[in-house]
Write a protein that binds this ligand. Sequence first.
Ligand code: 5GP
Ligand code: MN
Length: 368
Amino acid sequence: MVYILNSKISHFGDTKYEIIVYSHTMNDLDIKRIKELLSTPKKIAIVSHRNPDGDAYGSSLALYHYLLKLGHNVTVVSPNDCPGFLKWLPSQENIVVFDENFEKGKIILEEADIVFTLDFNALHRVGDQMQNILENINPVYIMIDHHQQPDDYANYMYSDPSVASTCELIYHFLEKMEALQSIDLTIASCLYTGIVTDTGSFKYQATTSKTHHIVANLIDIGVDQTKIHNRLYDTNSFNRLQLLGMALSNLKVLREYKTAYITISQQELNSFDFKKGDTEGFVNYGLSIEGIVFAVIFIEDQKQGIIKMSLRSKGEFSVNDFARNHFNGGGHVNAAGGRSHLTLQETVKQFLEIVPNYKNDLENSYEA
Ligand code: 5GP
Ligand code: MN
């Protein structure tokens, strides 16, 4: 079942275009068929996106523990490893990391009867090698995701961009499956992790009373929120804070366009012994400046030969559209990612040429 969530007119220079956001929900028949599928033991792979975050691993491991309880043979396959602050998640050590264990990952995907793809909606989000395998196998695909504009590869699709996290959708999926009673402390801790990280600790716009009701239920089950917050957010190394200092000294503000951006070169990363996840959240400092509605961080990744971009906005200005239109990316209205194959300097130059075209949208994006 497809619903239109909203539509709006956007401007690019003098061109106007309409953006429509759809959601696809699972109807009773879909749920009946999924229940039938899961009524006998299956080989199931759960796949998360490249550079997994709290919502990707939280949703994957929550579903993993639920499906294990049903007696299935389940494996989570992740394209690459997660940052250190997620290493405590229950059974994280059982995840097959494709980059490190290619043969094993390939066999699991090829033998799977069912493949769940969680927290992403386009197969290129897993990287070339794994995408190639996913495109050449023929399992039942089930997508559960909250990003905009899903691709059309899944047999069953639960896609709702109005919901703050995939973990919240997993909770609703379990509700539809009449399986809420299966949520034990392990599953609840995984779900809480994705909800807290993807809502920015319950402060982003997509956080609703439903989000809080779900979290209340998770706390009733016994989730230790203080411990989880500590594990996620109070794990700074000295080097990470020094790197943050460097990033903040590189911060530039384009007042006229209510825009701020940060650059970090590979050399700067190296000089502070960069570890995966160290730059998480840096982009938000740009957005925290009074009057700024659009913030970007450009991070050089010499190994992959790309500039990785994280984009954030306040209000209606869609970084999903901006990243999709100009930087091979996408995501949500207020949080998206993208990449460029140019040098760091060239990428920033290109960005500075594009931003003025959005002056109108940026000026009108947000009233504080
Ligand atoms: P981040 O900046 O934290 O990497 O990503 C912000 C949000 O955008 C996350 O929800 C992430 O999953 C999503 N995202 C990042 N890169 C891409 C991309 O290339 N395509 C799409 N569709 N979403 C992305
Ligand atoms: Mn997410």
